[in-house]
Design a protein around this ligand. Sequence first.
Ligand SMILES: Cc1ncc(COP(=O)(O)O)c(C=O)c1O
Length: 402
Amino acid sequence: MEKNPWRDQFPQLTGKDDAFLDSAASSLKPLSVIAAVDHYYHDLSVNIHRGMYASSYEATRLYEEARAKVAAFIHAEEEEIVFLRGATAALNLVASSYGAAMLGPGDEIVVSELEHHSSFLPWQAVAAKTGARLVFVPLDPDYRITVENVRKVITTKTKVVALTYVSNVMGYVTPMRDVIALAHAVGAVVVADAAQAVQHLPIDVKSLDVDFLAFSGHKMLGPTGIGVLYGKAALLAAMEPVEFGGEMIDEVNKDRSSWKDAPFKFEAGTMPIASAIGLGAAVDLLDSIGLSAIEDHVVRIRRYAYTQLKKVEGIVIYNPTADTGVIAFNIEGVHPHDAATFFAEQHVSLRAGHHCAQLLIKALGIEACLRASFYLYNTYADCDRLVAVAKEAVRFFKGVGF
Ligand SMILES: Cc1ncc(COP(=O)(O)O)c(C=O)c1O
């Protein structure tokens, strides 16, 4: 079996032969990201954009350099990159600022049952406030979003299309380019939840012509506490901030105040400086390895694991045709939390539950499921262990009578 060329860069894996198969929840962090965060705390550790001394200038430079790296990574302009706490904060900002201002009774927001709660709940809340209506794209028999089905629900009433780019449970890639064309034909904006996309697919926001795109640093080798909202410059310029405080103002008066231009008007208060700098280092690493090399690897090992796992009697797999590195499955008759505990005891880290996608779990007609997710540091040995422990689990739970 081939040696994984990237695994050594992840200290969490050093000296362990545990199979970490939960990267869709959060990826492991490479040495270069840890070093960038450490450099900030060790050598700088000061605030940005305000200190008139060398360490503050340097911290500001690194923070803004991280913004430039993220912008280049998705082919955006720097002023179109808003740093926020994560994809959740980014999606909430679009809904509560753009959505609340633009939507009213009679308007429609297109969503799907594949959405992560972070991509669905902000729109549910805005619909309740504004009188706009949520419209669901019917999923196909594999529970995918298809262009044909999106076409069925987009009408002249559609003002927002808020869809996941890659499903966190099924690993399906939404045909986003075609969805965007359909939405734009009726003057609607598209909000793409790219929390599971940016770490797998090259994204060019300009050529895609997407209006808003949200993602989190911690799923793409970066630190926690930092995420990104990309918005087209004209849309961000027209949006009001939803958080107010230090550093986002132009001028404050007793009667009314004014804000800086985007992205700064959306970055109120002290930002997660170290995390942003760490995200810049994560982008460097993804760029130097190349997303296509990463995705070739992920798809290859996912296929290998899937091919073995589907042969195990008693295992039911919900996404045989996944496009990227996720297997959603259950052991027949066994609660996934019990199963995940069994896997954990055998040093296989999986996720169990509804994966913040209860609408999908309900559509699948189950209570919950297990999810194995793969990333660049996973190996064929991890897959073999997953399959071996799955076989043991089936035997064990049969023994205790299910
Ligand atoms: C598809 C999708 N959207 C949004 C999120 C929310 O990301 P965060 O919790 O980092 O804000 C996640 C996280 O699991 C996700 O998988």
